[in-house]
Ligand binder design. Structure first.
Ligand SMILES: Nc1ncnc2c1ncn2[C@@H]1O[C@H](COP(=O)(O)OP(=O)(O)O)[C@@H](O)[C@H]1O
Ligand SMILES: [Mg+2]
Length: 330
């Protein structure tokens, strides 16, 4: 086992995302193990450290991206970087919403054509709709379709209690976004919606939101800036006009419910047809995230019971559990 000091260095380097410090600390661990004649372990560790094939995509991302900015006061990263994986087939939306996303992708893929006519691809987009309806997923899908990294910015992480620090954080975020083309999602823009109703209490957050909007206005780079909110009445304000596109993420209607079920039940043997109205009606008023959870619950049960086929009854049971779960939470 590596010494306490080495382990501390290793974990510190990993947690701070400093990849060269991480590599150095890992090499110290490997040397220590070799000195203790633990050659098999040392070889294994070496393989993990040096083989590109074994490196998670996030590690290779951290090599090409500039260093992730942190909040000076707490040392917290201001953005989370993800290697997007899911593709557009996994995003189920009404046709009009999907169309806007497809147009957006096309504008970005063929930016040079637009540019030769003196035009720019839309790059400021706001997503709105109830929780669990695919807003964060859509940001991932757009990033993976464009082969860009996904950076998720949380407004609450930006807000600092130190005077001037919030503005500095925002500047750091925009500097970062400007250095490399990526999809930047300002997630949970919700604070904004609340702000409008409850006066001056959260004046600070409102100022931050306004500052974000101003920086978005001024932004000229290659990255795609997305904002997501659960508050539909953002459309009652002037805010949405500052975006090039607004995209609605409603609760799935029956047609989308059927598509989500088909996606989530792929490879699951079942005793019913997905298009059966008796099945679809069960999921009325549930979000995509709810549907996914119910299906996962039901499928786990039949696996553990060694049951070959999923039945409507299994789904009903899982749904009942879901309703109870929600009422306890709410
Ligand atoms: N429209 C959708 N199409 C496909 N899957 C969905 C959809 N909405 C939700 N899901 C599933 O639920 C998960 C959580 O949804 P999420 O994108 O986080 O919702 P939101 O950001 O709108 O709150 C997704 O990762 C996905 O697996
Ligand atoms: Mg979300």
């Amino acid at each position: 086992m590596a010494s306490g000091k080495t382990l501390r260095q290793l974990i510190k380097a990993g947690a701070s995302g400093d990849s060269s410090a991480f590599r150095r600390a890992s090499e110290v661990v490997i040397n220590e193990e070799r000195q203790k004649q633990h050659h098999l372990l040392a070889n294994d560790l070496e393989k993990i450290l040096y083989s590109d094939a074994l490196q998670p995509a996030e590690r290779s991302l951290s090599r090409i991206l500039p260093k992730i900015p942190t909040d000076k006061e707490r040392g917290l990263p201001l953005l989370d970087i993800h290697q997007p994986r899911r593709t557009i087939e996994e995003l189920i939306l009404p046709e009009d919403s999907l169309l806007v996303i497809e147009e957006l992708l096309e504008e970005h893929r063929r930016q040079d054509v637009l540019r030769s006519y003196g035009m720019k691809a839309s790059n400021k987009v706001i997503f709105f709709g109830p929780p669990g309806c695919g807003k964060t997923l859509a940001a991932e899908v757009i990033a993976s379709e464009l082969d860009y990294p996904l950076a998720i910015v949380r407004l609450d992480a930006l807000v600092s209690s130190y005077l001037g620090e919030t503005a500095a954080n925002l500047r750091k975020v925009f500097d970062f976004i400007s250095q490399y083309p990526m999809v930047a999602l300002f997630d949970e823009f919700d604070a904004l919606g609340k702000e409008r109703n409850d006066g001056s209490e959260h004046g600070e957050l409102r100022r931050v939101v306004n500052a974000v909007l101003q920086m978005m206005d001024a932004y000229q780079g290659q990255s795609l800036l997305l904002a997501a909110t659960n508050h539909e009445h953002i459309l009652d304000t002037a805010i949405w006009r500052r975006f090039d596109e607004t995209i609605s993420f409603p609760l799935p209607a029956q047609a989308q419910t059927a598509q989500i079920l088909a996606l989530k039940l792929r490879g699951v043997r079942r005793e019913f047809e997905i298009e059966d109205k008796k099945v679809l009606i069960l999921f009325k008023a549930l979000s995509g995230a709810d549907i996914e959870r119910v299906i996962r619950r039901a499928v786990k049960r039949i696996i553990l019971k060694n049951q070959e086929f999923l039945t409507i009854k299994d789904i009903k049971k899982a749904l009942n559990r879901e309703v109870k779960h929600n009422s306890i939470q709410g």
